[in-house]
Design a protein around this ligand. Structure first.
Ligand code: AMP
Ligand code: MN
Ligand code: MN
Ligand code: MN
Length: 282
């Protein structure tokens, strides 16, 4: 891999949540794409970590066990990635189990709301697509696309699943403080995922970062598959100003989202302190 690409990818999803590749297949593709250190960070579950760790070990690729924790902060959903977590930690496991309970209820509620809007069977459809993994809005989106309600996943979100649309249910996820506490209890480092993607003013984002620092958060995802080049530099500046480490992750969900590829993240901007700088070589 040329030096222009980052050899770390610290944010990705598998079929354990809303990714479309099984953990083992994700690891194989990351390795083939030249990633040297790969994380699995499924939404609110540790279910895929064992399989991913085994596969990465077989490939000789370094693996970082993680999770992306759903948080509600000031009525908005914010995602906190935990990196280097112990998948056997009871505090983290119980915290995530509580979020999955809410998620199950929410999935039924989304189904009821869509049914009232003339789309029956969406809950069963989404559950089937989730294939025993947790049910996310992405599964609803895939079901609605498959049934001709929208052209693609992004169009479904726009028309049905975001604030103000028929299938939207406002989140009641973890407190910011609890999410960070669970991650730290499991020996991990907490990272604000894709910070430039929240629809927040700059001052609100800075309040989020300040609170995150106060409760023990350690890093900002400066380079993200969903960030623009300008975002990299703006988030690098926030990280520097708050004394936070910088992380890099694709937020890969599978090959049917071709706008995000594995092994193609750019290096962190100059002046960032990488979250991996103190990690031991494996
Ligand atoms: P959930 O945690 O079930 O609310 O689902 C959130 C997931 O939906 C995110 O992690 C993304 O994978 C996906 N998502 C959110 N917004 C969009 C969007 N506008 N277009 C496509 N996918 C989205
Ligand atoms: Mn997702
Ligand atoms: Mn996210
Ligand atoms: Mn993600």
């Amino acid at each position: 891999m040329p030096d222009m690409f980052c050899s770390y990818d610290l944010h990705a999803h598998s079929t354990a949540s809303d990714g479309s590749l099984a953990p083992a297949e994700l690891m194989r593709r990351a390795h083939a794409a030249g990633v040297k250190v790969m994380a699995l960070t499924d939404h609110d579950t540790l279910e895929g970590l064992a399989e991913a760790a085994d596969t990465a070990q077989g490939l000789g690729m370094d693996f970082v066990p993680g999770a992306e924790v759903s948080v509600t902060w000031q009525n908005m959903t914010v995602h906190i990635v935990g990196l280097g977590v112990d998948r056997d930690n009871g505090v983290l496991q119980r915290g995530l189990a509580g979020l999955r309970e809410y998620r199950d209820w929410r999935a039924e509620e989304i189904g009821r709301r869509l049914a009232k809007n003339g789309i029956p069977d969406a809950f069963d459809g989404a559950r089937e697509l989730a294939d025993n993994g947790l049910i996310s809005r992405t599964h609803f989106a895939r079901f609605l696309v498959a049934n001709g309600h929208a052209a693609d996943v992004r169009a479904v979100f726009r028309r049905f699943l975001v604030n103000g649309k028929p299938g939207f249910v406002s989140g009641q996820w973890a407190e910011l403080e609890d999410a960070v506490r669970w991650i730290r209890a499991a020996g991990g480092q907490a990272v604000i995922a894709h910070p430039a993607r929240y629809k927040m003013t700059r001052s609100k984002l800075r309040r989020l970062i300040a609170e995150f620092v106060e409760v023990g958060g350690e890093a900002l995802e400066v380079v993200s598959g969903s960030h623009s080049r300008d975002d990299y530099f703006n988030m690098a500046r926030h990280a520097r100003e708050f004394g936070l480490l910088a992380s890099a992750g694709s937020d890969y969900h599978g090959p049917e989202h071709p706008w995000i590829a594995l092994g193609r993240l750019p290096a962190l901007p100059d002046g960032c302190r990488a979250i991996w700088k103190d990690w031991a070589e494996h």
